[in-house]
Design a protein around this ligand. Sequence first.
Ligand code: SME
Length: 156
Amino acid sequence: MPYDKSVLNTLPAKAEEIIASNTDRDTILLEICKLLRDTVPVYDWVGFYIADPETVRELYLGPYVGEATDHTRIPFGKGICGQVAESHKTFVVEDVHAQDNYLSCNIHVKSEIVVPILKNGDFVAQLDIDSNTLAAMDAHDQQVLEDICVKLSPLF
Ligand code: SME
């Protein structure tokens, strides 16, 4: 399902508006999830995983839109999300079934991108997007989503 990828370029300014007009972090994160899923036709599940300050090296599921997932807590190192929690680098997965360290959110998912959120160099959270389309995300998505994650960093 091809779509006009120029819509991606509208996202950072809209994210800034959401950040400027809300004070509660979870409200902002949920509104960002909705913005991304409503704007980009191939974004089927959009959510945030947050590094748990109480538990050593574990992520917990924050605000999200899309199907409920069993993966409400993910140890660092496990799955695509856990790998990004360790590498602090964006991971673009064209075909999730070609990955051996992968946690399935639901059977429809074919590709995924996970973008870390860093604060003062420390890993604090990540944006996770699943698509039911193969190779749905590329370097253009990565650049736009990394820009948004930099804008979200001060909330943590
Ligand atoms: N696919 C992720 C797990 C999170 S769910 O997709 C929402 C992973 O492999 O870490």
